[in-house]
Design a protein around this ligand. Sequence first.
Ligand code: HEM
Length: 329
Amino acid sequence: MPVMSLYVVSDSAECRRCRRPPRPLPVLVRLSCRGPLSAPKIYSLFPALLRHLPGPHNRLFEVFEKQKEFVALVVKEHEASLDPAQPRDFIDAFLIRMRQEQGDPHTEFNQENLLNSALDIFFAGMETTSTTLRYGLLILLKYPQVTELVQQEIDRVVGPGRRPCLGDRPQMPYTEAVLHEILRERWASRRKSTFRCCLGNSCEHLAQLLPQGTMVFPMLHSVLHDPDWFQDPCSFWPERFLDANGAFQKNPAFLPFSAGRRACPGEPLAQAELFLYLTWLLQRFSPSSPLPPAALDLQPQESGFGKQPPPFELILQPRWRLQGQALSP
Ligand code: HEM
């Protein structure tokens, strides 16, 4: 996972580890936004049918080819500067394996698979985390009292003098609870189903026999909104993830990353990114909105596979000023 993650997170800023200047990652993002918005979702539900029908979903393949051309350029750059003793990211690791298995006619490590999997990881890891982060910020604007409690915890555990780090997480149960509730809320109101899958074995559900091979669409939304597991599931209430002593408590129905063999392999990375971004931001800034919290709308907007938060304005006010060598409020 760390090898994969470097590719996903390294490109947005200058990357010393990658031994190259920053590249125009936004090109890939722009390309992904140019496709018809709900087409991927509909296509992923009914590919056999839609393949034969005219409509905007056909543009998806055009966009996908352009994205692959872009990634092919990135791969070329990697090839030119590859040092097998020091793989920098997923692409390097893949290229090294391609070289090792060059003579093997059955190898899966070929150029086509490299382009497809690099794109898969990019989209699976980028849109999900960045949209959750944007949703998180909107939610924090809507609930300023929650934001204040997170800031109090950051001040107590981290203070103003250093950046928050992953080692702080176990000491910050309230922040952890807020991140879980953001993921539950954002995901619950976001994508209704995960990818389709087929039943490996027959099973019974609500007195119905579902034979092996039945196509199913798991509904994450219903799990994350299940009142048997989440009291008052439609409210934003981080305390549901805390026990009576204020310690963080897991909930087995918290499944925004799905479950089973096809569960999200990026969960630890996503959780780490969300924790670091949000705590760093709230350590340094107080977020506010030109609108009063009651006027902020959390209703998601339709877009592609998932739903995006509605556009909103965010004001970030610095919390600390440098006075001599010390930071003061
Ligand atoms: C907030 C962030 C994220 C959320 C909520 C999320 C959620 C999910 C979900 C629900 C699935 C589908 C599982 C299924 O269909 O059963 C999935 C698949 C996947 N995710 Fe994530 N994800 C996030 C971040 C990431 C990151 C950061 C990466 C990698 C860098 C990643 C890589 C993947 C991949 C490769 C798959 C496909 C797995 C497969 O098909 O077997 N995700 N994710």
